[in-house]
Design a protein around this ligand. Structure first.
Ligand SMILES: *[C@@H]1O[C@H](CO)[C@@H](O)[C@H](O)[C@H]1NC(C)=O
Ligand SMILES: *[C@@H]1O[C@H](CO)[C@@H](O)[C@H](O)[C@H]1NC(C)=O
Ligand SMILES: *[C@@H]1O[C@H](CO)[C@@H](O)[C@H](O)[C@H]1NC(C)=O
Ligand SMILES: *[C@@H]1O[C@H](CO)[C@@H](O)[C@H](O)[C@H]1NC(C)=O
Ligand SMILES: *[C@@H]1O[C@H](CO)[C@@H](O)[C@H](O)[C@H]1NC(C)=O
Ligand SMILES: *[C@@H]1O[C@H](CO)[C@@H](O)[C@H](O)[C@H]1NC(C)=O
Length: 365
């Protein structure tokens, strides 16, 4: 029965194709892993036959006739992933719901309808999109690496600096394709010593999405061991639209505020050191020792951008610098006066000895 319908349908389709001018394909952009509707409408007349076919390979995607779904000849790639809006078929809605969209689903589809009135087919061009979700940027030694994963179609990666610089810097970009045909992209820059004060920016872009990550380094901040504030200096923008993350030495999480308007979560091991986090993202630390010396990373991110600032923190031993300086100055001047006194005294003594010698000499005469 099914085969008969199929054959009859195909014959009718071939005949009608000459008569009915074919309309242009409908473009449908589907998001990877999500559900997608392939539209198809017709004039129902009761006992309708619907076949969804993927043109490449003539794959049977979904069939419906005798008032029910027919899965006997369904291609296994589509098993369990297709359905029609059954309550709406009688109203002429033959749209296909495809779940868990994969890159392999890309291509042209045909919606073939056969009713008492005749046959009709329409074509859908399905395109898959996996947008750039996160761009990571990090630094090891003099190399900064920017990367982003699970993208489709193939993305484009560009570097820039602020203020603009020559960018004669060597960049190496590699693109890899995963088993799911998604793209991983990664690019490295070698920093030269003369380019330290720049903000490095990396943009990963596809036809529908674009994300940017920036990185900058603040060479050294000297902190007093009692209390110290580290600025999150990229926070030119209002922090309310960003989530904030403070890390230590690239690995330990200090403060995490992943959702806006949620109190800052301070990690257990840093609780005794974190005094406050300001509205601009600055981190105030207390009770510091040399164990807290290292790289502090402030990461601000929202749906479009990620800003990373690395701050090298050095802890001053023994409190306040000005006091130390005064003490040192006083000590030095004291030492100098003692030395002077000793010198003057010594000279006097030598003179005295000479005089004595002279006197004794004259006595001898
Ligand atoms: C068919 O029905 C679904 C579910 O209500 C709807 O989303 C879709 O737009 C309809 N399609 C057409 C072509 O009417
Ligand atoms: C990276 O290097 C290539 C050549 O090696 C160059 O064409 C490209 O513009 C560079 N990308 C940048 C500066 O973003
Ligand atoms: C950029 O490079 C060119 C040639 O390589 C050089 O003449 C120029 O001075 C450079 N400009 C800057 C701002 O470094
Ligand atoms: C692409 O990135 C994902 C996520 O980080 C990783 O698991 C996978 O191994 C990468 N694949 C290739 C081919 O690089
Ligand atoms: C800071 O803000 C000013 C004005 O809003 C803007 O022109 C500038 O590009 C911003 N700087 C950064 C680093 O975002
Ligand atoms: C953090 O990094 C600095 C510099 O790389 C290193 O000297 C220090 O030992 C590290 N601290 C910890 C606690 O890992």
């Amino acid at each position: 029965m099914e085969r008969l319908c199929w054959a009859a349908g195909l014959l009718m389709w071939t005949l009608l194709r000459i008569v009915t001018p074919s309309e242009g394909d409908t473009e449908v952009l589907c998001v990877l892993m999500e559900s997608c509707i392939l539209p198809c409408s017709f004039q129902s007349s009761g006992d309708d036959v619907i076949h969804w076919i993927k043109i490449a390979g003539e794959l049977r995607v979904h069939s419906f006739y005798n008032r029910q779904n027919q899965f006997a000849h369904q291609n296994q790639h589509f098993r369990g992933r297709t359905s029609l809006f059954q309550d709406q078929i009688s109203r002429g809605n033959a749209s296909l719901l495809l779940t868990g969209v994969e890159v392999q689903d890309q291509g042209r589809y045909k919606c073939f309808i056969s009713t008492i009135r005749g046959n009709k087919d329409s074509f859908i061009n399905l395109k898959v999109d996996a947008s750039v979700s996160k761009v990571s940027i990090d630094q090891v030694g003099n190399r900064i690496t920017c990367s982003s994963n699970w993208i489709y179609p193939e993305p484009e990666l560009t570097w820039s600096t602020s203020p603009p610089s020559n960018m004669s810097l060597q960049n190496t970009t590699t693109v890899q394709q995963t088993e799911q045909q998604l793209y991983n992209i990664s690019s490295s820059l070698i920093l030269s010593d003369s380019d330290t004060d720049l903000i490095y920016s990396c943009t990963v872009r596809t036809r529908t999405s674009s994300r940017r990550a920036t990185w900058r380094q603040i060479s050294v901040i000297s902190a007093s061991s009692s209390e110290s504030t580290i600025p999150c200096s990229a926070s030119n923008t209002s922090l309310t639209s960003f989530s904030l993350l403070w890390r230590f030495n690239h690995t330990q999480t200090i403060v995490d505020q992943t959702r806006t308007n949620v109190t800052f979560a301070v990690s257990e091991e840093w609780r005794q050191h974190v005094k406050a986090v300001s509205e601009s993202g600055s981190l105030t630390l207390q009770d510091l020792s040399s164990k807290q010396e290292g790289v502090y990373t402030c990461e601000l991110s929202n749906s479009e951008e990620t800003h990373l600032t690395d701050i090298l923190l050095r802890i001053e031993k023994g409190g306040n610098t000005t006091v130390k300086a005064i003490v040192t100055a006083v000590l030095i001047s004291l030492l100098l006066s003692v030395l002077m006194a000793v010198l003057v005294h010594n000279r006097k003594e030598t003179k005295d000895i000479n005089v004595n010698l002279h006197l004794t000499g004259s006595d001898n005469n």
